[in-house]
Design a protein around this ligand. Structure first.
Ligand SMILES: Cc1cc2nc3c(=O)[nH]c(=O)nc-3n(C[C@H](O)[C@H](O)[C@H](O)COP(=O)(O)O)c2cc1C
Length: 260
C-alpha cells in the first residue's frame, strides 16, 4: 500500500501527530507539506491512501488548505481526515472531510481529532500547553495501526461523523475574523536577520529584506513567533485581558480521539 500524507502545520503540532501516525501505516509514505499558497501547484495524488491533516482555524479547515486537499483527491481513493485543534472545538472540520470525500467520490475510512497546544497559549494564560502530549501521541500511534489494519483487511466502510453543535454555516464566515482580536507579530529587538520566519511563513507575508509583515496576508498563525530561536517576535492580543478568558475556556483538557 502506498500512502501520501498531505498536511499543513504552522506551529508543528500537526507535524508531530502525522509523524507518529505515519510510522504505523506503511513503509511507503510520502509527506507532502502544503501551505496557504500551495494550491497553485498541487498535483493529484497517485497513492492508494491519502491522509489529510490540518489545524482547525475558526472551527474549520482553512479554505486554502482545503483547496489543496481537493486538488490531491482523485476518484475512488481511500482517504483519512485529521483535524488538530487547540482544545476549544474542532468545529465542523471532520464534517468537511466527509464532504470532501463525497464530492470526489472517495471513501473516508477514518477521521481523527487531536489536541495541539493552542496558537495563542501564553505562559501566564496557557491553553493545552505542551500538547500533543504522550497520551495524544499514543492515540496517534493507535490510529495509525487501525488505519493500516482496515486497509489491509480490505474493509470498505465509510466512517460516520457524529453531529456537533457547531453549525455548518460557520464555514461561510470570513476567515480573517481573528484579526479583530489579534495583532500581527512585530520584531521586538533581538532579531539577527536569519530569515527563518520569512521562509516558514505559510502565507509568504514576510518581506525577505525588512522582515516586516504584510498585515493583509498575515493570518495570525504565529509560525514566525514560535519558530524564532531568539524570541524576537512579539505576539499580542488587541484586548490584552482576552487571553485570560481564552485560557479559562480552554482550561479543561479534552482528549484526542479518532473513529475508524
Ligand atoms: C487563526 C486561528 C484560529 C484558530 N481557531 C481554533 C478553533 O476554532 N478551535 C480550536 O480549538 N483551536 C483553534 N486554533 C488553535 C489551533 O488549531 C491549534 O493551536 C493547532 O494545534 C495549531 O496547529 P499547528 O501547530 O499544526 O499549526 C486556532 C489557531 C489560529 C491561528
Amino acid at each position: 500500500m502506498t500512502c501520501e500524507i498531505v498536511y499543513y502545520s504552522a506551529t508543528e503540532t500537526t507535524t508531530k501527530v502525522v509523524s507518529v501516525l505515519s510510522k504505523k501505516i506503511s513503509e511507503e509514505v510520502i509527506f507532502s507539506r502544503v501551505d496557504m499558497t500551495s494550491y497553485k501547484k498541487v498535483v493529484p495524488s497517485k497513492a492508494d491512501l491519502i491522509i489529510f491533516a490540518s489545524p482547525v482555524y475558526g472551527g474549520r479547515i482553512p479554505s486554502s488548505i482545503m483547496k489543496c486537499f481537493e486538488m490531491k483527491c482523485t476518484k475512488a481513493k481511500k482517504i483519512v481526515g485529521i483535524a488538530v485543534y487547540g482544545n476549544m472545538s474542532c468545529g465542523v472540520s471532520l464534517k468537511q472531510y466527509s464532504k470532501l470525500a463525497r464530492k470526489h467520490s472517495c471513501l473516508l475510512i477514518g477521521v481523527g481529532a487531536f489536541i495541539g497546544e493552542h496558537t495563542y497559549s501564553l505562559e501566564e494564560a496557557p491553553i493545552a500547553r505542551c500538547r500533543p502530549n504522550e497520551t495524544d501521541l499514543e492515540q496517534a500511534k493507535l490510529f495509525g495501526l487501525a488505519i493500516q489494519d482496515k486497509v489491509n483487511r480490505g474493509i470498505n466502510e465509510e466512517v460516520k461523523i457524529p453531529n456537533t453543535l457547531f453549525p455548518l454555516f460557520i464555514e461561510k464566515f470570513p476567515e480573517g475574523m481573528v484579526k479583530v482580536g489579534v495583532k500581527k507579530p512585530i520584531i521586538q529587538g533581538s532579531c539577527n536577520g536569519c530569515g527563518l520566519c520569512e521562509k516558514s511563513c505559510p502565507t509568504k507575508a514576510i518581506d525577505p529584506n525588512t522582515f516586516i509583515i504584510d498585515n493583509k496576508k498575515c493570518i495570525r498563525c504565529f509560525s514566525c513567533v514560535k519558530k524564532c530561536n531568539r524570541n524576537a517576535r512579539k505576539a499580542e492580543l488587541i484586548i490584552k485581558g482576552l487571553k485570560y478568558l481564552f485560557s479559562y475556556i480552554g482550561r479543561k483538557n479534552k482528549e484526542s480521539a479518532w473513529i475508524i
